[in-house]
Design a protein around this ligand. Sequence first.
Ligand SMILES: Cc1cc2nc3c(=O)[nH]c(=O)nc-3n(C[C@H](O)[C@H](O)[C@H](O)COP(=O)(O)OP(=O)(O)OC[C@H]3O[C@@H](n4cnc5c(N)ncnc54)[C@H](O)[C@@H]3O)c2cc1C
Length: 390
Amino acid sequence: MTTTETYDAVVVGASFAGLAAAGQLDGAGRVLLADREPVGVGETSACGTLLAVLERLDAGDALEQVHPTVVINVAGRRVAFDTTYPFCTFDFRTLCEILAGRLGGVEVAVAPFKGIEHDGTLVLGDRRVKAEVVIDASGWRRVVAGALGAAPADRGHLSTGVETRHHQGGCPLEFWFRPPERPDGVFWAFPAGDHVRKGSASYAGKAKGLREDLARFEHVEDFPARAVHGGWFPARLGEPVAERAFVVGDAAGQCLPLTGEGIRPALVFGQAAGREARAVLEGDRSLEEALARYRATVVRSRLAYRVLERFQDWSVRLPVPVVAPVVRGCAWAPISRRLQATYWSVADPDTLEVSPGKRPTTSLHSGCCETGAAVAHRKAPALGDAAHAG
Ligand SMILES: Cc1cc2nc3c(=O)[nH]c(=O)nc-3n(C[C@H](O)[C@H](O)[C@H](O)COP(=O)(O)OP(=O)(O)OC[C@H]3O[C@@H](n4cnc5c(N)ncnc54)[C@H](O)[C@@H]3O)c2cc1C
Protein backbone atom coordinates (compact mmCIF):
# COMPACT_ATOMS: atom_id res chain seq x y z
CA MET A 1 0.00 0.00 0.00
CA THR A 2 1.30 3.53 -0.85
CA THR A 3 2.40 5.57 2.15
CA THR A 4 0.73 8.89 2.81
CA GLU A 5 2.98 11.95 2.44
CA THR A 6 2.31 15.05 4.50
CA TYR A 7 2.56 18.60 3.18
CA ASP A 8 1.51 21.94 4.67
CA ALA A 9 -0.18 22.98 1.42
CA VAL A 10 -1.06 21.40 -1.91
CA VAL A 11 -1.96 23.39 -5.03
CA VAL A 12 -3.63 21.41 -7.85
CA GLY A 13 -3.11 23.00 -11.29
CA ALA A 14 0.09 24.78 -12.33
CA SER A 15 -1.16 27.32 -14.85
CA PHE A 16 -1.82 31.02 -14.09
CA ALA A 17 -3.89 30.63 -10.90
CA GLY A 18 -1.84 27.76 -9.46
CA LEU A 19 1.54 29.36 -10.13
CA ALA A 20 0.33 32.64 -8.61
CA ALA A 21 -0.95 30.89 -5.47
CA ALA A 22 2.16 28.74 -5.09
CA GLY A 23 4.37 31.84 -5.50
CA GLN A 24 2.80 33.33 -2.38
CA LEU A 25 3.38 30.11 -0.43
CA ASP A 26 7.05 29.77 -1.31
CA GLY A 27 9.18 29.41 1.82
CA ALA A 28 6.20 29.17 4.19
CA GLY A 29 6.31 25.42 4.67
CA ARG A 30 6.26 22.13 2.80
CA VAL A 31 4.31 22.96 -0.37
CA LEU A 32 3.44 20.76 -3.37
CA LEU A 33 2.31 22.15 -6.73
CA ALA A 34 0.85 19.32 -8.85
CA ASP A 35 -0.37 19.33 -12.45
CA ARG A 36 -1.25 16.56 -14.86
CA GLU A 37 1.24 18.13 -17.32
CA PRO A 38 4.70 19.70 -16.99
CA VAL A 39 4.67 23.45 -16.30
CA GLY A 40 4.32 25.55 -19.47
CA VAL A 41 2.72 22.77 -21.52
CA GLY A 42 -0.99 22.76 -22.30
CA GLU A 43 -1.57 26.34 -23.43
CA THR A 44 -5.24 26.98 -24.24
CA SER A 45 -5.26 30.74 -24.24
CA ALA A 46 -4.57 33.54 -26.75
CA CYS A 47 -2.26 34.99 -24.08
CA GLY A 48 -3.43 38.57 -24.29
CA THR A 49 -3.37 40.57 -21.05
CA LEU A 50 -2.51 43.97 -19.66
CA LEU A 51 1.10 45.06 -20.00
CA ALA A 52 0.76 46.03 -16.32
CA VAL A 53 0.36 42.35 -15.44
CA LEU A 54 3.78 41.44 -16.87
CA GLU A 55 5.24 44.59 -15.33
CA ARG A 56 3.91 43.89 -11.81
CA LEU A 57 5.14 40.28 -12.04
CA ASP A 58 8.52 41.47 -13.29
CA ALA A 59 8.04 39.14 -16.25
CA GLY A 60 9.11 41.36 -19.16
CA ASP A 61 10.97 38.44 -20.77
CA ALA A 62 7.59 36.91 -21.67
CA LEU A 63 6.46 40.02 -23.61
CA GLU A 64 5.69 39.49 -27.29
CA GLN A 65 3.96 42.68 -28.45
CA VAL A 66 2.41 45.86 -27.00
CA HIS A 67 -1.13 46.91 -28.06
CA PRO A 68 -2.39 50.28 -26.79
CA THR A 69 -5.36 50.07 -29.18
CA VAL A 70 -7.95 47.29 -29.33
CA VAL A 71 -10.19 47.24 -32.43
CA ILE A 72 -13.67 45.73 -32.34
CA ASN A 73 -15.22 45.02 -35.75
CA VAL A 74 -19.00 45.03 -35.47
CA ALA A 75 -21.62 45.19 -38.24
CA GLY A 76 -18.88 45.89 -40.81
CA ARG A 77 -17.43 48.90 -38.91
CA ARG A 78 -14.08 49.12 -37.14
CA VAL A 79 -14.34 50.63 -33.66
CA ALA A 80 -11.02 51.50 -32.00
CA PHE A 81 -10.66 51.56 -28.21
CA ASP A 82 -7.64 53.36 -26.83
CA THR A 83 -7.00 51.37 -23.69
CA THR A 84 -6.00 53.29 -20.56
CA TYR A 85 -3.73 50.38 -19.67
CA PRO A 86 -1.96 49.08 -22.81
CA PHE A 87 -2.68 45.48 -23.72
CA CYS A 88 -0.01 43.00 -24.73
CA THR A 89 0.53 39.47 -25.95
CA PHE A 90 2.97 37.18 -24.16
CA ASP A 91 4.59 33.78 -24.51
CA PHE A 92 2.78 31.22 -22.34
CA ARG A 93 5.70 28.92 -21.69
CA THR A 94 8.09 31.77 -20.86
CA LEU A 95 5.69 33.31 -18.34
CA CYS A 96 5.05 29.93 -16.71
CA GLU A 97 8.79 29.23 -16.54
CA ILE A 98 9.50 32.65 -15.00
CA LEU A 99 6.86 32.10 -12.30
CA ALA A 100 7.90 28.46 -11.69
CA GLY A 101 11.57 29.47 -11.61
CA ARG A 102 10.88 31.57 -8.51
CA LEU A 103 9.41 28.63 -6.59
CA GLY A 104 12.66 27.67 -4.89
CA GLY A 105 10.98 26.07 -1.89
CA VAL A 106 7.95 24.53 -3.60
CA GLU A 107 8.01 20.95 -4.92
CA VAL A 108 6.59 20.90 -8.45
CA ALA A 109 5.29 17.51 -9.63
CA VAL A 110 3.57 16.01 -12.66
CA ALA A 111 0.78 14.18 -10.87
CA PRO A 112 -2.84 14.22 -12.04
CA PHE A 113 -5.47 14.71 -9.35
CA LYS A 114 -7.55 11.53 -9.18
CA GLY A 115 -9.75 12.04 -6.14
CA ILE A 116 -10.05 12.57 -2.41
CA GLU A 117 -10.39 9.74 0.09
CA HIS A 118 -12.92 9.93 2.95
CA ASP A 119 -10.26 11.17 5.42
CA GLY A 120 -9.25 14.06 3.13
CA THR A 121 -6.20 12.37 1.57
CA LEU A 122 -5.59 13.61 -1.99
CA VAL A 123 -4.77 11.04 -4.64
CA LEU A 124 -2.28 12.62 -7.06
CA GLY A 125 -1.14 10.13 -9.68
CA ASP A 126 0.23 7.21 -7.68
CA ARG A 127 0.85 9.39 -4.61
CA ARG A 128 -1.37 9.85 -1.55
CA VAL A 129 -0.96 13.26 0.04
CA LYS A 130 -2.39 15.00 3.11
CA ALA A 131 -2.25 18.75 3.62
CA GLU A 132 -3.83 21.33 5.92
CA VAL A 133 -4.29 23.79 3.05
CA VAL A 134 -5.61 22.75 -0.37
CA ILE A 135 -5.97 25.09 -3.36
CA ASP A 136 -7.94 24.07 -6.45
CA ALA A 137 -6.47 25.83 -9.50
CA SER A 138 -7.45 23.13 -11.98
CA GLY A 139 -9.34 25.33 -14.46
CA TRP A 140 -12.99 25.07 -15.47
CA ARG A 141 -13.21 21.36 -14.54
CA ARG A 142 -12.63 22.32 -10.84
CA VAL A 143 -11.61 18.76 -10.08
CA VAL A 144 -10.86 19.23 -6.38
CA ALA A 145 -13.98 21.29 -5.63
CA GLY A 146 -16.00 18.69 -7.53
CA ALA A 147 -14.51 15.86 -5.49
CA LEU A 148 -15.40 17.80 -2.34
CA GLY A 149 -19.02 17.84 -3.44
CA ALA A 150 -19.24 21.27 -5.14
CA ALA A 151 -21.48 21.49 -8.20
CA PRO A 152 -19.69 21.02 -11.53
CA ALA A 153 -19.14 24.03 -13.81
CA ASP A 154 -22.44 25.44 -15.02
CA ARG A 155 -22.62 24.31 -18.68
CA GLY A 156 -25.08 27.12 -19.43
CA HIS A 157 -22.36 29.63 -18.56
CA LEU A 158 -19.33 28.11 -20.25
CA SER A 159 -17.93 29.62 -23.43
CA THR A 160 -15.64 27.67 -25.72
CA GLY A 161 -12.92 28.69 -28.13
CA VAL A 162 -10.29 27.35 -30.52
CA GLU A 163 -7.18 29.01 -31.82
CA THR A 164 -4.37 28.66 -34.33
CA ARG A 165 -1.16 30.48 -35.27
CA HIS A 166 -0.58 32.31 -38.52
CA HIS A 167 2.98 33.18 -39.42
CA GLN A 168 2.71 36.86 -40.19
CA GLY A 169 3.25 40.04 -38.22
CA GLY A 170 0.56 42.58 -37.54
CA CYS A 171 -1.04 45.30 -35.47
CA PRO A 172 -3.41 46.06 -33.75
CA LEU A 173 -5.21 43.47 -31.64
CA GLU A 174 -8.65 42.91 -33.20
CA PHE A 175 -11.98 41.24 -32.48
CA TRP A 176 -14.84 40.55 -34.90
CA PHE A 177 -17.98 40.61 -32.81
CA ARG A 178 -20.74 38.24 -33.96
CA PRO A 179 -19.52 37.91 -37.55
CA PRO A 180 -21.98 36.23 -39.98
CA GLU A 181 -20.05 32.90 -39.70
CA ARG A 182 -20.24 32.91 -35.89
CA PRO A 183 -23.39 34.80 -34.80
CA ASP A 184 -23.11 33.59 -31.19
CA GLY A 185 -19.50 34.62 -30.64
CA VAL A 186 -16.32 36.29 -31.80
CA PHE A 187 -13.26 35.88 -33.96
CA TRP A 188 -9.97 37.40 -32.87
CA ALA A 189 -6.50 38.14 -34.20
CA PHE A 190 -3.83 38.72 -31.55
CA PRO A 191 -0.49 39.76 -33.10
CA ALA A 192 2.44 38.35 -31.16
CA GLY A 193 5.51 39.71 -32.96
CA ASP A 194 6.46 36.96 -35.41
CA HIS A 195 2.97 35.42 -35.65
CA VAL A 196 -0.70 36.19 -35.12
CA ARG A 197 -2.92 34.02 -32.92
CA LYS A 198 -6.32 33.74 -34.55
CA GLY A 199 -9.30 32.24 -32.82
CA SER A 200 -13.00 31.69 -32.76
CA ALA A 201 -15.20 31.44 -29.66
CA SER A 202 -18.84 30.72 -28.93
CA TYR A 203 -20.48 32.48 -25.99
CA ALA A 204 -23.14 29.77 -26.12
CA GLY A 205 -20.49 27.10 -25.51
CA LYS A 206 -21.13 25.47 -28.90
CA ALA A 207 -17.88 23.74 -29.77
CA LYS A 208 -19.31 22.27 -32.98
CA GLY A 209 -18.22 24.12 -36.10
CA LEU A 210 -15.68 26.42 -34.37
CA ARG A 211 -12.78 24.83 -36.19
CA GLU A 212 -14.50 25.10 -39.58
CA ASP A 213 -15.36 28.77 -38.87
CA LEU A 214 -11.76 29.41 -38.03
CA ALA A 215 -10.68 27.77 -41.30
CA ARG A 216 -13.02 30.12 -43.21
CA PHE A 217 -11.74 33.12 -41.25
CA GLU A 218 -8.19 32.06 -42.02
CA HIS A 219 -8.99 31.29 -45.68
CA VAL A 220 -7.57 27.77 -45.53
CA GLU A 221 -9.31 24.53 -46.45
CA ASP A 222 -8.50 22.77 -43.19
CA PHE A 223 -5.99 22.80 -40.37
CA PRO A 224 -3.86 19.83 -39.44
CA ALA A 225 -5.13 18.52 -36.08
CA ARG A 226 -2.08 19.70 -34.14
CA ALA A 227 -2.38 23.29 -35.41
CA VAL A 228 -5.44 24.07 -33.28
CA HIS A 229 -5.80 24.24 -29.53
CA GLY A 230 -8.65 25.46 -27.37
CA GLY A 231 -10.93 24.81 -24.49
CA TRP A 232 -13.70 26.08 -22.29
CA PHE A 233 -13.81 29.18 -20.12
CA PRO A 234 -16.47 30.16 -17.58
CA ALA A 235 -18.78 33.16 -17.91
CA ARG A 236 -20.25 33.13 -14.39
CA LEU A 237 -18.49 33.81 -11.11
CA GLY A 238 -18.64 30.73 -8.92
CA GLU A 239 -18.08 29.92 -5.26
CA PRO A 240 -14.42 30.59 -4.30
CA VAL A 241 -14.43 28.18 -1.35
CA ALA A 242 -15.31 24.47 -1.39
CA GLU A 243 -15.46 22.91 2.05
CA ARG A 244 -11.93 23.56 3.37
CA ALA A 245 -10.33 24.33 -0.02
CA PHE A 246 -9.55 27.63 -1.74
CA VAL A 247 -10.85 27.62 -5.34
CA VAL A 248 -9.10 30.01 -7.76
CA GLY A 249 -9.07 31.10 -11.41
CA ASP A 250 -11.38 29.37 -13.89
CA ALA A 251 -12.09 26.74 -11.22
CA ALA A 252 -14.03 29.47 -9.40
CA GLY A 253 -15.49 31.02 -12.56
CA GLN A 254 -13.21 34.07 -12.24
CA CYS A 255 -12.74 34.54 -16.00
CA LEU A 256 -14.51 37.82 -16.87
CA PRO A 257 -17.74 37.36 -18.85
CA LEU A 258 -18.13 39.20 -22.19
CA THR A 259 -14.41 39.82 -22.68
CA GLY A 260 -13.31 36.25 -21.79
CA GLU A 261 -10.32 37.75 -20.00
CA GLY A 262 -9.31 35.11 -17.47
CA ILE A 263 -5.53 35.37 -17.07
CA ARG A 264 -5.45 38.58 -15.01
CA PRO A 265 -8.19 37.39 -12.57
CA ALA A 266 -6.53 33.97 -12.25
CA LEU A 267 -3.22 35.63 -11.31
CA VAL A 268 -4.72 38.27 -9.01
CA PHE A 269 -7.14 35.97 -7.16
CA GLY A 270 -4.53 33.19 -7.21
CA GLN A 271 -2.14 35.45 -5.32
CA ALA A 272 -4.95 36.58 -2.98
CA ALA A 273 -5.69 32.95 -2.06
CA GLY A 274 -1.97 32.20 -1.72
CA ARG A 275 -1.49 35.15 0.65
CA GLU A 276 -4.32 33.95 2.89
CA ALA A 277 -3.02 30.38 2.80
CA ARG A 278 0.45 31.62 3.76
CA ALA A 279 -1.01 33.39 6.80
CA VAL A 280 -2.43 30.02 7.88
CA LEU A 281 0.92 28.28 7.51
CA GLU A 282 2.65 31.07 9.44
CA GLY A 283 0.12 30.76 12.26
CA ASP A 284 -1.29 34.28 11.78
CA ARG A 285 -4.88 33.10 11.31
CA SER A 286 -6.99 29.97 11.27
CA LEU A 287 -7.92 28.23 8.04
CA GLU A 288 -11.56 29.25 8.56
CA GLU A 289 -10.58 32.94 8.90
CA ALA A 290 -8.33 32.74 5.84
CA LEU A 291 -11.04 31.12 3.70
CA ALA A 292 -13.56 33.75 4.82
CA ARG A 293 -11.15 36.60 4.03
CA TYR A 294 -10.37 35.19 0.57
CA ARG A 295 -14.07 34.69 -0.12
CA ALA A 296 -14.78 38.32 0.91
CA THR A 297 -12.05 39.56 -1.48
CA VAL A 298 -13.66 37.74 -4.40
CA VAL A 299 -17.25 38.56 -3.49
CA ARG A 300 -16.39 42.29 -3.55
CA SER A 301 -16.29 41.98 -7.35
CA ARG A 302 -19.55 40.01 -7.61
CA LEU A 303 -21.63 42.95 -8.87
CA ALA A 304 -19.13 43.71 -11.65
CA TYR A 305 -19.20 40.03 -12.71
CA ARG A 306 -23.01 40.07 -12.75
CA VAL A 307 -23.09 43.22 -14.90
CA LEU A 308 -20.60 41.73 -17.38
CA GLU A 309 -22.62 38.50 -17.47
CA ARG A 310 -25.78 40.48 -18.28
CA PHE A 311 -23.95 42.41 -21.02
CA GLN A 312 -22.77 39.12 -22.48
CA ASP A 313 -26.34 37.76 -22.48
CA TRP A 314 -27.78 40.92 -24.06
CA SER A 315 -25.03 41.32 -26.61
CA VAL A 316 -25.67 37.80 -27.90
CA ARG A 317 -29.47 37.99 -27.82
CA LEU A 318 -30.03 41.46 -29.30
CA PRO A 319 -29.77 41.96 -33.09
CA VAL A 320 -26.28 43.04 -34.21
CA PRO A 321 -27.59 46.39 -35.62
CA VAL A 322 -28.80 47.21 -32.08
CA VAL A 323 -25.52 46.20 -30.43
CA ALA A 324 -23.27 48.03 -32.93
CA PRO A 325 -24.16 51.63 -31.90
CA VAL A 326 -23.74 50.68 -28.24
CA VAL A 327 -20.21 49.42 -28.96
CA ARG A 328 -19.44 52.64 -30.86
CA GLY A 329 -20.81 54.71 -27.92
CA CYS A 330 -18.63 52.80 -25.49
CA ALA A 331 -15.54 53.74 -27.53
CA TRP A 332 -16.26 57.48 -27.11
CA ALA A 333 -13.32 58.68 -24.99
CA PRO A 334 -15.15 60.06 -21.87
CA ILE A 335 -17.36 56.94 -21.63
CA SER A 336 -14.60 54.55 -22.58
CA ARG A 337 -12.32 55.88 -19.82
CA ARG A 338 -15.00 55.44 -17.12
CA LEU A 339 -15.94 51.96 -18.32
CA GLN A 340 -12.33 50.90 -18.41
CA ALA A 341 -11.63 52.27 -14.91
CA THR A 342 -14.49 50.13 -13.55
CA TYR A 343 -13.46 47.10 -15.59
CA TRP A 344 -9.77 47.19 -14.60
CA SER A 345 -10.70 47.57 -10.91
CA VAL A 346 -11.91 43.96 -10.95
CA ALA A 347 -8.78 41.91 -10.36
CA ASP A 348 -6.64 45.04 -10.09
CA PRO A 349 -3.18 44.29 -11.56
CA ASP A 350 -1.66 46.74 -9.06
CA THR A 351 -2.20 44.15 -6.30
CA LEU A 352 0.18 41.70 -8.00
CA GLU A 353 3.54 41.01 -6.37
CA VAL A 354 6.73 39.51 -7.77
CA SER A 355 7.03 37.35 -4.65
CA PRO A 356 5.52 37.72 -1.15
CA GLY A 357 5.77 41.41 -0.21
CA LYS A 358 8.05 42.26 -3.18
CA ARG A 359 7.03 44.88 -5.73
CA PRO A 360 8.75 45.18 -9.14
CA THR A 361 11.48 47.74 -9.63
CA THR A 362 11.44 48.05 -13.43
CA SER A 363 8.76 49.37 -15.76
CA LEU A 364 8.16 48.04 -19.26
CA HIS A 365 8.43 50.35 -22.24
CA SER A 366 5.09 50.49 -24.03
CA GLY A 367 5.70 51.80 -27.56
CA CYS A 368 2.72 51.11 -29.85
CA CYS A 369 2.94 47.67 -31.51
CA GLU A 370 6.51 47.27 -30.32
CA THR A 371 7.70 43.68 -30.02
CA GLY A 372 9.20 42.36 -26.80
CA ALA A 373 11.90 40.15 -25.34
CA ALA A 374 10.14 36.83 -26.01
CA VAL A 375 10.17 37.51 -29.77
CA ALA A 376 13.80 38.63 -29.71
CA HIS A 377 14.76 35.40 -27.89
CA ARG A 378 12.94 33.30 -30.51
CA LYS A 379 14.76 35.11 -33.32
CA ALA A 380 18.22 35.02 -31.76
CA PRO A 381 20.14 32.03 -33.14
CA ALA A 382 21.57 29.72 -30.50
CA LEU A 383 25.36 30.04 -30.16
CA GLY A 384 25.89 26.65 -31.78
CA ASP A 385 23.63 27.58 -34.74
CA ALA A 386 25.56 30.81 -35.34
CA ALA A 387 28.90 29.00 -35.30
CA HIS A 388 27.52 26.40 -37.67
CA ALA A 389 26.17 29.05 -40.06
CA GLY A 390 29.50 30.86 -40.00
C1 LIG B 1 -9.16 29.67 -26.89
C2 LIG B 1 -9.02 30.51 -25.64
C3 LIG B 1 -8.38 31.74 -25.69
C4 LIG B 1 -8.27 32.52 -24.53
N1 LIG B 1 -7.60 33.71 -24.61
C5 LIG B 1 -7.43 34.48 -23.49
C6 LIG B 1 -6.68 35.68 -23.55
O1 LIG B 1 -6.11 36.05 -24.58
N2 LIG B 1 -6.57 36.41 -22.42
C7 LIG B 1 -7.14 36.04 -21.23
O2 LIG B 1 -7.00 36.76 -20.24
N3 LIG B 1 -7.84 34.88 -21.14
C8 LIG B 1 -7.99 34.08 -22.24
N4 LIG B 1 -8.67 32.89 -22.16
C9 LIG B 1 -9.15 32.45 -20.83
C10 LIG B 1 -7.94 31.92 -20.03
O3 LIG B 1 -7.22 30.98 -20.80
C11 LIG B 1 -8.37 31.26 -18.71
O4 LIG B 1 -9.27 32.08 -18.03
C12 LIG B 1 -7.12 31.01 -17.84
O5 LIG B 1 -6.27 30.07 -18.49
C13 LIG B 1 -7.51 30.51 -16.46
O6 LIG B 1 -6.34 30.16 -15.77
P1 LIG B 1 -6.37 29.01 -14.65
O7 LIG B 1 -5.00 28.93 -14.11
O8 LIG B 1 -7.50 29.26 -13.71
O9 LIG B 1 -6.79 27.68 -15.41
P2 LIG B 1 -6.07 26.92 -16.63
O10 LIG B 1 -5.18 27.84 -17.37
O11 LIG B 1 -7.16 26.22 -17.35
O12 LIG B 1 -5.14 25.85 -15.90
C14 LIG B 1 -5.64 24.74 -15.23
C15 LIG B 1 -4.47 23.82 -14.92
O13 LIG B 1 -4.96 22.69 -14.18
C16 LIG B 1 -4.41 21.53 -14.70
N5 LIG B 1 -5.31 20.41 -14.43
C17 LIG B 1 -6.54 20.19 -14.93
N6 LIG B 1 -7.04 19.03 -14.47
C18 LIG B 1 -6.09 18.51 -13.64
C19 LIG B 1 -5.99 17.31 -12.87
N7 LIG B 1 -6.96 16.39 -12.85
N8 LIG B 1 -4.86 17.11 -12.13
C20 LIG B 1 -3.85 18.02 -12.13
N9 LIG B 1 -3.89 19.15 -12.85
C21 LIG B 1 -4.99 19.40 -13.60
C22 LIG B 1 -4.26 21.80 -16.20
O14 LIG B 1 -3.29 20.94 -16.78
C23 LIG B 1 -3.82 23.26 -16.18
O15 LIG B 1 -2.42 23.40 -16.10
C24 LIG B 1 -8.81 32.08 -23.29
C25 LIG B 1 -9.45 30.82 -23.24
C26 LIG B 1 -9.54 30.04 -24.39
C27 LIG B 1 -10.21 28.70 -24.29
